[in-house]
Design a binder for this molecule. Structure first.
Ligand code: HEM
Length: 202
């Protein structure tokens, strides 16, 4: 790498660089707004930790552990009960993502009514916001399909006909939806990190 490029990486960005091209700097100078903004971003990051971390825990820690033959009788019940608990908290998290996300957009100079204007999506930040909102909508739809239709149906089939092909099919649907939500959520986190660091320009 050229030494000038290395120098640039080693130099911390100025405040202006960080909040480049937005109205944020103006509001950021007010102490109360700055603290509210910090609290909002902190909450947003904790929610992402809970949401993505919870999915990783369920799929890579809990499910492999209870897939042992000695738990076979209780498997779908355990999956259902932990899934229901996680999804109840998950809906709160999805709501809070929206509230904190909208506030952070406001600090960055994008108001809720700007989201209905095509012009908003022509800037590097705007494009990422567009992606975030599209992915968010997809997550809401998939999660609702999972929690209100596929999940309960798989649990019922697990109780009534655990050896049926239909049960296996619904389990596969639930797994596919879960994976899609997981990858969409990982992308949302990446888009968030990119918004803060200047979008596609960097
Ligand atoms: C409607 C939903 C959402 C909106 C409107 C939204 C909006 C935003 C905005 C504006 C930022 C920049 C924050 C700042 O000013 O520092 C951001 C950052 C971020 N968002 Fe979201 N977000 C949403 C949902 C999500 C979801 C579902 C996730 C994760 C699963 C997520 C993860 C993150 C992360 C990790 C950051 C980076 C924070 C940083 O690097 O400092 N967001 N989001």
């Amino acid at each position: 790498m050229q030494s000038a490029a290395l120098d640039r990486l080693a130099t911390p960005p100025s405040e202006r660089d960080i909040i480049r091209g937005t109205k944020a700097l103006r509001t950021y100078n007010c102490r109360h707004v700055r603290w509210l903004y910090i609290l909002s971003v902190y909450t947003h990051i904790l929610l992402a930790t809970f949401w993505i971390g919870g999915m990783i825990f369920l799929s890579f820690v809990l499910l492999p552990a209870i897939r042992k033959p000695e738990y076979a009788r209780y498997y779908h019940r355990l999956v259902n009960d932990t899934g229901v608990n996680f999804s109840r908290l998950g809906w709160w998290a999805l709501g809070l993502f929206f509230i904190t996300g909208l506030y952070q957009l406001h600090v960055r100079g994008i108001e809720w009514y700007d989201l209905f204007k095509l012009k908003t999506y022509t800037t590097p930040t705007g494009r990422l916001v567009g992606l975030k909102l599209s992915f968010y909508t997809a997550i809401l739809i998939l999660q609702a399909l999972h929690d209100f239709f596929v999940g309960p149906r798989a649990t019922r089939l697990g109780d009534e006909a655990p050896d049926s092909p239909e049960y296996r099919r619904y389990k596969a649907y639930a797994r596919t939806i879960g994976m899609l939500v997981f990858f969409l959520s990982l992308s949302m986190a990446l888009f968030g990190v990119m918004i803060v660091r200047g979008g596609f320009k960097v």
